[in-house]
Design a protein around this ligand. Structure first.
Ligand code: PLP
Length: 397
């Protein structure tokens, strides 16, 4: 009964969705196969008709990928899940499986760079109107959703400024406008925030981030009702081919086993580093959702059980000072990835958020001094020492 939804998250992370072969292997089996054989032509025909349950082709489904999908659905509390090759394949599928020419999409401005490009540039090419709002401003959501819409896309907490969108309020406005609500829940992970319980219809993940969490593979997932996944999403995914490799699914299953321990440790260290950074002379400002000085601290704490593993801070002195600090770090490495067991720092204005341009960065508050720190599993004191010595180079200390 390893797939009973009555189990608590820590149990589901390790045991959820396992289907053992007749050999009774302990670990999840890796079915590294592109296809499947049938006993006879009659069985092949029945498989294609859908009158029997038989694997057909790994672009459609695969036993290892199916174990990952079941485990993710159980953890999320979703009826169904579809795994994809990358997080962007998941976002793209969730949008294009649903939308058609003439539709209207409303999205929060503070989206992951590639998601922002899909909404601003790709959707309009297909005759889909798109409109951005400031995610934390319910007045703007209300105005944008006063007209009918097909879909709302948002990310909370957002990358990199950790802005919070009020999921319950936006979901209510979206549903009144006729829209389905798609939430990119990467920063919160499946453990800290449950968008489906707060009114969202669909949740997407980049499994590349905390779910793998060890810098090895790309992956993505879309979760929703059984009806929406099977009738709307699956035809798109099966026919267009963003399938997850069984090998990557197997690594992600192993990543999930330690997700709870890693996210808990990362959140604890991130909260401590946010408090530490706020006291450093070279730091102008710190953003962390559960700190009292975060403008939406109360909402952040009502919506999620912890602040997450990312801390954003502004170095006083702009780009030169930020680059000096990044250059002086020894333990924390400069990288645009996040959710890894290794602590990584990036300068969003010149990397992840370079392409959105000066004006859009200014609207989002991404100044040239902003540094995003993805907190890993190192000892918190070593991370404080490293950040402290790097910041001290600014004041000649
Ligand atoms: C990384 C990321 C994505 C894209 O995921 P990939 O696995 O890199 O394709 C989408 N949204 C957010 C919030 C992300 O952090």
């Amino acid at each position: 009964m390893t797939s009973s939804p009555a189990y608590r998250p820590a149990t589901l992370l390790v045991q959820g969705g396992i289907e053992r072969s007749p050999f009774g292997e302990t670990a999840e089996a890796l079915y590294l196969t592109s296809g499947f054989v049938y006993d006879d032509a009659e069985q092949a025909e029945a498989t294609f008709k859908g009158t029997i349950d038989h694997y057909q082709y790994t672009r459609f489904s695969n036993p290892t990928v199916a174990m990952l999908e079941r485990r993710l659905a159980l953890i999320e509390g979703a009826e169904a899940c579809c795994a994809t090759a990358t997080g962007m394949a998941a976002v793209n599928a969730a949008l294009f499986a649903q939308l058609k020419a003439g539709d209207r999409v409303v999205a929060s401005r503070a989206l992951f760079g590639a998601c922002h490009w899909i909404v601003s540039t790709l959707l309009p090419r297909f005759g889909i109107e798109s409109e951005f709002v400031d995610g934390s401003d319910l007045v703007q959501w209300r105005a944008a959703l006063a007209k009918p819409a097909a879909l709302v896309l948002l990310e909370t907490p957002s990358n990199p400024m950790l802005e919070i969108v009020d999921l319950r309020a936006v979901a209510a406005l979206a549903h009144a406008a006729g829209a389905i609500v798609v939430v990119d829940n990467v920063f919160a992970t499946p453990l800290l925030q449950k968008p489906l319980q707060l009114g969202a219809d669909v949740v997407v993940y980049s499994c590349t981030k905390h779910i793998d969490g060890q810098g090895r593979v790309l992956g993505g997932a879309v979760l929703g009702t059984k009806k929406w996944i099977e009738e709307t999403l699956q035809p798109f995914v099966r026919n267009t081919g963003p399938a997850l490799s069984p090998f990557n699914a197997w690594l992600l299953l192993k990543g999930l086993e330690t997700l709870g321990l890693r996210v808990e440790a990362g959140c604890r260290t991130a909260a401590a580093l946010a408090d530490f950074l706020a006291l450093q002379p070279g730091v102008a400002r710190v953003w962390y959702p559960t700190r009292a000085d975060h403008p939406q601290c109360a909402l952040a704490m009502a919506q999620a059980s912890a602040g997450g593993t990312v801390v954003t801070f502004e170095v006083a002195g702009g780009k030169d000072a930020a680059f000096q600090v990044l250059g002086a770090l020894r333990l924390v490495r400069v990288s645009n990835n996040l959710g890894d067991s290794k602590s990584l720092a990036t300068h969003p204005a010149t990397t992840t958020h370079m392409k959105i341009g000066v004006g859009e960065r200014a609207r989002l508050g991404i100044t040239d001094g902003v540094v995003r720190l993805s907190v890993g599993l190192e000892d918190v004191e070593d991370l404080k020492d490293d950040l402290g010595q790097a910041l001290a180079t600014l004041t000649g200390g």
